[in-house]
Write a protein that binds this ligand. Sequence first.
Ligand SMILES: Nc1nc2c(ncn2[C@@H]2O[C@H](COP(=O)(O)OP(=O)(O)OP(=O)(O)O)[C@@H](O)[C@H]2O)c(=O)[nH]1
Ligand SMILES: [Mg+2]
Length: 375
Amino acid sequence: MLSSVLVNVTRRLLLAQSSPLIETARFSRRIAVALRSKKAKSVNPTTQYFVDCKHVRVTGGKGGDGCISFLRLWCNENAGPDGGDGGNGGHVVFQACSDVKDLNHVTTLLGADNGDNGRNKDCHGKNANHTVIKVPLGTIVKTDSGKIVGDLDADGTMFVAARGGAGGKGNHFFISDLEQAPQVAEFGASGENKSYFLELRSMAHVGFIGLPNAGKSTLLRAITRARPKVAAYPFTTLKPHLGMVQYDDYEQIAVADLPGLIPDSHKNKGLGIQFLKHAERCNVLLFVIDVSLEEPWNHYNTLVHELSMFSEELASRPRVIIANKIDLPEAEKNIQLLEHHVDVPVIPISAKIGTNIEELLKEIRVIYDGMKKNS
Ligand SMILES: Nc1nc2c(ncn2[C@@H]2O[C@H](COP(=O)(O)OP(=O)(O)OP(=O)(O)O)[C@@H](O)[C@H]2O)c(=O)[nH]1
Ligand SMILES: [Mg+2]
């Protein structure tokens, strides 16, 4: 009885959560609604950094040794050599997987299992399983000298980083017309031992670009469960933070909060080129502008200038302006002026209060779908 009541309540909750169909005139099809978690965020410090570059050492498994053995039966004391072969060692393989978003889980030392040794009665050792390490889509594999040897840009693609050693042959293998009782067997070969740099090229689908204090981290906190530090001073964020926006059709969009840019960032001022490189790895750039400040279009022009000085291709990516802090009194007139001065769509929001966030999430999904269609 109680369980059926619970089931009904859960069903009602689920129905209440499920979203209505939203038809837009522009696309005349359903746009997935972002699922925004209502669960309270943990208050414990859980600082987790997004790892997009890693140096790893990989070792293939050793092959199993061959066995030297002679069979003795009750009716035949010298029934012949019966030493089995060793099994092959496992490979270390990197596999691109869309479920994985960064290289945080990849350890520095990666090894595969060894093959089993051969046994008497012609028992061959078992081949070791390969060690498959999932890496995000867009991971490139470089040697220590910087040569690119693998580009894992499609789901499921694999790169064999270190081959396992072959198993050694047992003495049964060495029987010949001349030698009927060989007393030799091989050791298993050692696996390859190599080192690589893994580098994640496509960091997130969407990246927030903005001057310091524009409210990028506040916005990431508002739309995802990520918890970057927010404070009223510049350069609060020193490393990129990543959050996932989940939609009700199970699509997930990775959003990155990048450290603030300042004039001359492309000359390595402020936090410098390193973070422009991160921007290079985002498919869509959202410019977060603080519209409570005077002449916000100048901020936008500064950001575009920095991006184009760094890379022309970067400046030509799809982009949208997010006019943040519309809750402040000076914002209203600044937004109108901003829309007048720029030729890209402007979405007014207040990341702190949550105004217009649903609209922004819908817009992000529309851009993301368009981007997927074109790629
Ligand atoms: N009134 C108001 N304040 C906001 C809003 N969004 C952010 N802020 C405030 O602006 C300040 C800076 O916010 P952050 O999110 O740390 O800004 P940021 O762009 O991440 O800054 P850096 O990490 O230094 O680049 C904080 O004090 C926020 O509370 C908003 O919509 N309205
Ligand atoms: Mg920040």
